[in-house]
Design a protein around this ligand. Structure first.
Ligand code: ADP
Ligand code: TPW
Ligand code: MG
Length: 570
């Protein structure tokens, strides 16, 4: 290319980067290779941040959680075919969790792929992505890159947020077009997630139902956390004195030690509530589909959600409030007469009594000091350290590690707890930790089961390479759920067993991070305190009793047992 041509021409690589920058995308999470290596380079050179991962699933998970935390689509960049598919699991997970994310993937030669002539990394990515994404788009001309990026951004964040796939074939990235025409083709998206106001009659209907309630309950989901309407949500809950129950990622929206929290009396609250207001929470499996025996058969529901078709998905919704949570909560506060909705004292007293009882029995477990440590004693040590900190993100994955972590670790700030979410997926741990650290600059403590850790464990190199303030605590109980299963049939380990003597701490030392091996709560307290103080990458191998966990954690009822003809059906 001669000088004149360089001055007056641009290409698909540059147009993609310019389109992203024009729309405020500042960070790309990805894995480099054909045909997007130069895209990553040009992005970095132009002032964007490029975070390179060891596996696309983790890059995608980082992008997804960036989207959740910032309300802007997190961007994941992948190479063709296998890289694309590796990233797709994260895009599907983002869609399932309603996190806004865009996966941009390079793809191979269309003419060869479509006739299945056998190209390098051949795959019909656009069609493969469709069922797993909120939408998929493919750009076939460099002049359309601005349009493709604009559509991807608006689709990801408007309405119910989700994952969008944007296919950029290698030939489009390399295509040169006249620079002026290229610049003119870019689109800055105006108001990508417009407010959606609820209808006045819908507000009235919901308030009338709340006024009639004897045992009202508010359930806060991660949609409520995502909406960043913290003051209006808290204001409404405190003004009405209605008890609230946070879903796991909504913990901290109001502090867990708030007197109106019904978390410690969950079963009673669900089972007895007569009017339930769901705010950014779906009545899916995590809420027993809204059905008995978890819920009263005659309970009535108010649902605040941006997605109209979420209404009646499991139970009839007596008062649908379709709109964005910020607008709905502000609208309710604006029209509600002061004092007109108040939770009856008898209901509050009933919940308080149950809470006191449950808190006392949890405390008894926390106060025990068994050797080896169990989930209670290890989490008590972590809780005591985290109680002295503010602004720290907690990432939590595993089975028992997740269940105990959710119950024992109190959150006091919104959007600080990130976990397996709607799918109960393993492998989000280090990707979420990296995304949270990169987007916020804050410290992250990732508490992960030893099995869970394995799904994204190589990203400790990424954490060390970028010197991120992340402490990974591996709850090492030697297995999936437990470490004590025995295979009587051969010398192979049982299906759920991992190496109990594994020294995960040594892994991070290979990359220059701090490794700690702990066997007592005191050692765990010391290691976590030191790691947080240093603000540098650390991994704590925390030895947990192999017999302490329960198979399938809290989800035993979902695990079909095989009994016919088995010596040991469980
Ligand atoms: P949880 O797992 O915490 O119960 P879910 O993921 O099931 O939460 O539900 C989140 C809900 O929040 C989804 O139905 C989604 O449509 C909704 N949502 C997300 N963002 C908003 C928003 N800004 N306003 C209204 N609803 C939202
Ligand atoms: C992508 C199935 C659910 S929980 C779990 C697996 C493999 C690991 C539990 O062991 P861990 O925790 O992490 O050591 P603990 O404390 O109970 O010992 N593949 C994917 N997602 C899921 N959910 C699984 C497999 C599973
Ligand atoms: Mg384990």
């Amino acid at each position: 290319m001669n000088e004149n041509k360089a001055a007056s021409y641009t290409n698909g690589f540059h147009l993609t980067v310019e389109a992203l920058k024009l729309n405020g995308v500042t960070t790309i999470y990805g894995v480099a290779g054909i045909p997007i290596t130069d895209l990553a380079r040009i992005a970095q050179r132009s002032g964007m941040r490029y975070i390179g991962f060891r596996h696309e699933a983790s890059a995608g998970n980082a992008a997804a959680i960036a989207g959740y935390l910032t309300q802007k689509p997190g961007l994941c960049l992948t190479v063709s075919a296998p890289g694309f598919l590796n990233g797709l699991v994260a895009l599907a997970n983002a869609t399932t969790n309603c996190f806004p994310m865009i996966q941009i993937s390079g793809s191979s030669e269309r003419g060869i792929v479509d006739l299945q002539r056998g190209d390098y990394e051949e795959l019909d990515q656009y069609n493969a992505a469709k069922p797993y994404a909120k939408a998929a788009y493919r750009v076939d001309r460099a002049a359309d890159i601005g349009l493709g990026v604009a559509r991807a951004i608006r689709t990801a964040v408007s309405g119910r947020p989700g994952g969008v796939y944007l296919d950029l074939p290698a030939s489009v990235l390399a295509e040169e077009i006249e620079a002026g025409a290229g610049a003119a083709s870019l689109i800055r998206v105006t108001d990508p997630a417009p407010r959606q106001l609820p209808a006045p009659e819908a507000l009235e209907r919901a308030l009338a139902l709340l006024r009639s309630a004897k045992r009202p309950l508010i359930v806060l989901g991660k949609g409520a956390a995502y909406a960043q309407a913290d003051a209006d949500i808290r204001g409404f809950i405190e003004a009405t004195r209605i008890p609230f129950l946070p879903m796991s990622m909504a913990k901290g929206l109001l502090p867990d030690d708030h007197p109106q929290s019904a978390a410690a009396a969950r079963s009673l609250a669900l089972g007895q509530a007569d009017v339930v207001m769901l705010i950014g929470a779906r009545l899916n499996w995590l809420l027993g589909h809204g059905e008995p025996p978890h819920w009263a058969a005659d309970s009535r529901f108010i649902q605040v959600d941006i997605s109209p078709t979420e209404m009646d998905s499991n139970r009839g919704i007596a008062a649908p409030l379709v709109g964005d949570i910020g607008s709905v909560m502000a609208g309710l506060r604006a029209v509600m007469q002061p004092g007109s909705v108040t939770a009856p004292q008898a209901w509050l007293d009933e919940l308080s009594q149950k809470k006191e009882h449950n808190v006392a029995s949890l405390q008894a477990h926390l106060d025990a000091d068994p050797r080896p440590m169990n989930f209670y004693s290890a989490l008590r040590a972590i809780r005591e350290v985290l109680d002295t900190q503010s602004g720290v993100f907690v990432v939590n994955e595993g089975a028992n590690t997740l269940d105990f972590g959710r119950n024992i670790l109190d959150m006091r700030e919104p959007r600080k707890r990130l976990d397996c979410g709607t799918w109960g997926v393993m492998g989000i741990g280090l990707g979420y930790a990296i995304g949270a650290a990169v987007e916020s600059g804050a410290q992250v403590v990732a508490i992960v089961g030893d099995s869970a850790f394995g799904f994204s464990g190589m990203e400790i190199e990424t954490i060390c390479r970028y010197n991120l303030p992340i402490t990974v605590i591996v709850f090492n109980n030697g297995g999936i759920y437990r470490g004590d299963d025995i295979n009587a049939a051969s010398s192979d380990p049982a299906p759920t067993v991992l190496m109990p003597q594994a020294r995960y701490d040594k892994l991070i030392e290979a990359f220059g991070g701090q490794g700690h091996h702990v066997e007592t709560p005191q050692e765990l307290t010391g290691a976590l305190t030191a790691a947080l103080k240093s603000r540098t990458p650390a991994l704590i191998n925390c030895v947990i009793d192999p017999t302490a966990g329960t198979e399938s954690g809290h989800l035993q009822s979902l695990n079909p047992p095989s009994q016919v003809g088995d010596e040991k059906g469980k």
